[in-house]
Design a protein around this ligand. Sequence first.
Ligand SMILES: Cc1cc2nc3c(=O)[nH]c(=O)nc-3n(C[C@H](O)[C@H](O)[C@H](O)COP(=O)(O)OP(=O)(O)OC[C@H]3O[C@@H](n4cnc5c(N)ncnc54)[C@H](O)[C@@H]3O)c2cc1C
Length: 384
Amino acid sequence: MVNLKKIEIIGAGPAGLYSAILLKSALPQARVRVTEQNPADATFGFGVVFSDSALDFLRADDPATHALITPRMVHWRNMTLSLRGERVTLDGIGFSAIGRLELLQILQQRAADCGVGMSFDRPVETVDDLDADLIIGADGLNSLVRRSDADAFAPTLEYFANYFAWFGTPREFATLTQTFIDGPRGVLNAHHYRYAPARSTFIVECDAASFDAYGFAEMDESESARVCGNLFFGTLDEAPLLTNRSHWRQFPRLWCERWVAGNRVLLGDAAHTAHFSIGSGTRLALEDAIALVKALKSETDLEGALDLFQAQRLPVARKIVDAANTSARWYDDFRRHMNLPALEFAFSYLTRSGRIDMQRLRELSPEFVAAYENYLDSGRASGR
Ligand SMILES: Cc1cc2nc3c(=O)[nH]c(=O)nc-3n(C[C@H](O)[C@H](O)[C@H](O)COP(=O)(O)OP(=O)(O)OC[C@H]3O[C@@H](n4cnc5c(N)ncnc54)[C@H](O)[C@@H]3O)c2cc1C
């Protein structure tokens, strides 16, 4: 193990807290400090999802954290697509969800139990003054650590075309559901799922034409919530939409060519983003932390360990980021896909990341594939 004495971590999101837990457990004598700009009980958004098996890596690597998180999660086996009111069940497409704040509070508690020093409500203004053997930039999309040496990290940052706003609602949904509607001024989609009793995430998404037609740019978050609540009235069953920094944004597509510069390393959203439609950003952040600490454990010098981390972790993360980008592009084009009949629309949705062939789909979602093949056969028979 690299003999580190002082570790400074910027950002107390999943990447920062989890790397702190792992590092303090591996190096009990080291000073491990996390500094966060926001208060401990503040975060953006509502619940986050993990694909069905997404926490298996935690079970194998860190059973203690896995045991704390999983009982607090909501699980379901199938998902639902709703296209203009016509519903298709996608059997076997399971997910688990948890409130983002709840996840952070579990990690905060575990970090405190391990002896990690945490300061909240304290933005780090400059990286150069930090006295540390290792500086971890777990400071999210606008990472100060990344900006401190942009030439070395070589980031590319672009934005997907669609606009989205992340709302919550007290209405509970039976499954993770994607609801695509024709509103009076244009098409919209909602990604919605429950993550706690009487709490669901409700992300509304639309293309630029709908965004302009509804005038969302001129609305504050409460007016957007009211208007979207009315548009998705049938789905919400009269429940209101709740806000938490729910302003309209375009999803960023960030990738850094390098995640290491000297004794500075980037983890999670500071290094890469993954569109929320594949539910992987948090998992990637946790896995980055695991990979970093594994590399530090397997080497004795910091430079060698960071090189190893970068060489091993980047290609793995790249594959997931590529799948997330392909998925996001499908959403950017959802207006066009909505012209398909519901089962074809569902097939297009399921195969959108290009990583799933018919055989795999048949294993994963046998009832859906049977319904889809029946539909194709009846189409052939009728000459459709
Ligand atoms: C709409 C939406 C839905 C999402 N849904 C999902 C989902 O369902 N599943 C999923 O896995 N992922 C989801 N994600 C992605 C997920 O939120 C991120 O990938 C994840 O939070 C990344 O963790 P992180 O620790 O790298 O960064 P963050 O969670 O962004 O944490 C970074 C922290 O650093 C702090 N910070 C920044 N600068 C400073 C500074 N100078 N000083 C001190 N502190 C600083 C910030 O305040 C923040 O707390 C979603 C994202 C969005 C936008």
